[in-house]
Design a binder for this molecule. Structure first.
Ligand SMILES: C[S@@+](CC[C@H](N)C(=O)[O-])C[C@H]1O[C@@H](n2cnc3c(N)ncnc32)[C@H](O)[C@@H]1O
Length: 206
C-alpha cells in the first residue's frame, strides 16, 4: 500500500498540493502565469541595494522572492521568515546557493501590530504573503483591520527610509483599499508599480 496522495487532486479545477514546496515550484508558473512577471516587477520596483542591505522575505514559502532579489543584488543580508519548517528549509537550500549571508526565522506571525523578529530591515518583501497571513476566509471589515495591523508590523520593522515591496493578488482586499490601508498604517510614498489581471506590485517607505 503506497502513502502517495492521489494524482486526481491535480485534476481538480483549483486543486493541487499548494502547501508542498516542490509541487508548488513545479506548478506555480503554469497555474498562476502572472507570478513570474510579478516577482520580476518586485525586483525592478526596488531602488539599488548596496552590499549589506538587510532584507526580509516575509512568509517566504520556497523563497522565490528572495531568490529573485538575490539574482539582482547578491550581496544583501537575507532573512527568510515563515511558519512552515519544510518550506523554510527548501527556501534556505535555494538561497544559500546564491549567498552565504542568509538565515531563517521560523515564526508564526499574528496580526497584532508587533514588530517582526530579526529587524529592523531595509527591505521587506511580501510576495503572496499578506493575504495568506490575514487568512482567506475573513470578512471584509475584519480583513481590513488585520491588514492595517500587518502594515503597522511591517512599518515598525523598517529602518527609516526602508522599503516594503508587496506582490500579491487582490481578492481578500481590493488593491486601492490595500494602498489606503498602507497609508493609514504610516507608510509613505505609497504607490502601485505594476498590475496584471488580479496581480499587482505595490510599495511604500517606512
Ligand atoms: C502563498 S505562500 C507564498 C510563499 C512565497 N512568498 C511565494 O511568493 O511563493 C504563503 C506563505 O505564507 C506562509 N504563512 C501563512 N501564514 C503565516 C503566518 N501567520 N506566519 C508566517 N508565515 C505564514 C505559509 O507558510 C506560506 O509559505
Amino acid at each position: 500500500m503506497s502513502d502517495l496522495p492521489s494524482w486526481k487532486k491535480n485534476l481538480e479545477r483549483s486543486g493541487g498540493y499548494w502547501s508542498d514546496g516542490r509541487w508548488y515550484d513545479l506548478h506555480v508558473d503554469r497555474r498562476l502565469p502572472q507570478v513570474g512577471p510579478m516577482l520580476d516587477e518586485m525586483l525592478l520596483a526596488l531602488p539599488p541595494l548596496p552590499p549589506g542591505t538587510t532584507v526580509c522575505d516575509l512568509a517566504c514559502g520556497t523563497g522565490n522572492a528572495a531568490v529573485t532579489l538575490l539574482s539582482g543584488y547578491p550581496t544583501v543580508q537575507m532573512v527568510l521568515l515563515d511558519e512552515d519548517p519544510d518550506l523554510l528549509s527548501e527556501a534556505y537550500s535555494k538561497a544559500e546557493q546564491m549567498t552565504p549571508d542568509v538565515e531563517t526565522l521560523r515564526v508564526s506571525l499574528e496580526t497584532d501590530g508587533e514588530p517582526l523578529p530579526g529587524g529592523p530591515y531595509d527591505v521587506v518583501l511580501a510576495s503572496l504573503a499578506l493575504h495568506a497571513i490575514v487568512g482567506h476566509e475573513v470578512e471584509r471589515a475584519e480583513a481590513e483591520s488585520r491588514y492595517e495591523l500587518l502594515f503597522h508590523t511591517i512599518r515598525s520593522s523598517l529602518t527609516s527610509g526602508g522599503h516594503l515591496i508587496v506582490g500579491d493578488h487582490v481578492g481578500t482586499l481590493p488593491l486601492y483599499t490595500q494602498l489606503k490601508t498602507m497609508e493609514r498604517a504610516g507608510l509613505e510614498e505609497v504607490d502601485c508599480a505594476w498590475r496584471q489581471d488580479d496581480f499587482f506590485v505595490a510599495g511604500g517607505v517606512g
